[in-house]
Write a protein that binds this ligand. Structure first.
Ligand SMILES: *Cc1c(COP(=O)(O)O)cnc(C)c1O
Length: 356
């Protein structure tokens, strides 16, 4: 692949107040773009000033949703180093997503380098307060201007970046979860394992209705029998039942293989607490709760890292987990993962990629 060309901005964007960073509202000075053309592959990798793109109204992605994305973060350590958490895993997963919706493969190594170069150029945008980071959003869109239903012959791979505030500025509060019984996120054979724009579009209605009822997130059941636990919103989910940590197995193809999920499993194994990846029914959770065996529940994902579940409502039934407080396992995982990410504790797993 060619060298990345760099065109620096002449008008620096105004930086947001570090104390009031929301999620995904402010963007840095630059972005990375490269193009794909059938027969030629990926070409013209470049870093240019952040700004609007212009498209023909017939552009494929606007009609048929051929789009994948990733999400990861850059952190500034106390020593002033800059580091990424498992970026190769993100770029690898993007290729799994791309394959599912007929987007050509990216060069994973090259794209990690693009992430590093972009972060380096906009390093002044990485917030420094405890719990903050720079969110990186690589995505691919189909750009061919035509309405025929077939895979686009041209694409853009783009990276934009946004400073994000601490997810838990007031300490970690458990969330209330509504078990979704009408809508489904995906089914076996669908796109559930891929990080596609369309999966998110189809989840909005359920999320909106749950929010109106006062819940933070929905818990998705499998799309066929509506019996097995899949995910919580856009997080993977873990339970501690009578001392055993369990999480839904990925083999059905309808669950997104979270990198935080994988990190959680590796850490727990390292601590001598193996995770049992298996099918879990919603009934099993209520049975465990009735027996006093439901000890912890939490979601895992890049945004929140660990999100404890305090309350779960399924039809007319409701359970409160661990007195609506964060459990010991969730807290230990949160401390370990965020500590490795921000460089305050050692990384025995080789998860960190140094930018500087
Ligand atoms: C991105 C995502 C996750 C979490 O993945 P991480 O790599 O841990 O951030 C979980 N479920 C869905 C549906 C997702 O899109």
């Amino acid at each position: 692949m060619e060298q990345i060309t760099i065109q620096k901005t002449e008008t620096a964007r105004e930086k947001p107040d570090q104390a009031n960073l929301a999620f995904g509202k402010h963007f840095t000075d630059h972005m990375f773009i490269m193009d794909y053309t059938e027969g030629r592959g990926w070409h013209d990798p470049r870093i240019i000033p952040y700004g609007p793109l212009s498209f023909d109204p017939s552009t494929a992605v606007l009609h048929y949703g051929q789009a994948t994305f990733e999400g990861l973060k850059a952190y500034k350590t106390r020593e002033g180093n800059i580091q990424l958490f498992r970026p190769y895993a993100n770029m690898h997963r993007m290729n799994i997503s791309n394959d599912r919706i007929c987007i050509p493969q990216i060069d994973e190594e090259f794209c990690v380098n693009a992430l590093k170069e972009l972060v380096l150029i906009d390093q002044d945008w990485i917030p420094e307060a405890e719990g903050t980071s720079l969110y990186l959003r690589p995505f691919v869109i189909a750009t061919e201007a035509q309405l025929g239903v077939h895979p686009s012959r041209t694409y853009k791979f783009i990276i934009i970046m946004s400073p994000v505030g601490a997810y838990y500025p007031q300490g970690i509060n458990p969330v209330s979860i509504y078990v979704e019984q009408n809508y489904v996120r995906t089914v076996k054979g669908g796109t559930g394992f891929a990080k596609t724009a369309g999966n998110y579009a189809s989840s909005l209605k359920s999320q909106e209705e749950a929010e109106k009822k006062g819940f933070t997130q929905v818990l998705w059941l499998d799309g066929v029998e509506k019996k097995y636990i899949e995910e919580v919103g856009t997080m993977n989910v873990f339970f501690k039942i009578k001392g055993e940590i369990v999480t839904p197995a990925l083999d059905g193809g309808s669950i997104l293989a979270g990198i935080t999920r994988d990190s959680t499993i590796q850490l727990l194994k390292h601590w001598g607490m193996p995770v049992n990846e298996r099918k879990i029914t919603i009934e099993e959770l209520f049975t465990a709760e009735a027996r006093g065996e439901m000890e912890e529940a939490f979601g895992t994902g890049t945004a929140a890292v660990i999100s404890p579940i305090g309350e779960l409502v399924y039809g007319g039934r409701k359970m409160i987990i661990n007195d609506n407080k964060i459990g010991a396992v969730a807290q230990r995982l949160y401390d370990a993962i965020t500590g490795i990410q921000n460089g305050s504790i050692a990384d025995p797993f080789d998860w960190i990629t140094r930018v500087k």
